[in-house]
Design a protein around this ligand. Sequence first.
Ligand SMILES: [Zn+2]
Length: 64
Amino acid sequence: MSKKTLVNCPICHKQAEYSANNPWRPFCSERCKLIDLGEWANEEKAIPGQSIAEDEDKPDSWNF
Ligand SMILES: [Zn+2]
């Protein structure tokens, strides 16, 4: 093992070791991995919440 594979952490862009020594790869730490998971969870929550538009509940024809 003479060479380490380093990647840039997708969250904080610090260099992280991409190997069995780093269980959080490709992140630099557990914290960054959790942040990434959190962002995905927030997006999944936001999409259905925003797709329920009030306008779609009241089509114009209801004003008839
Ligand atoms: Zn990081």
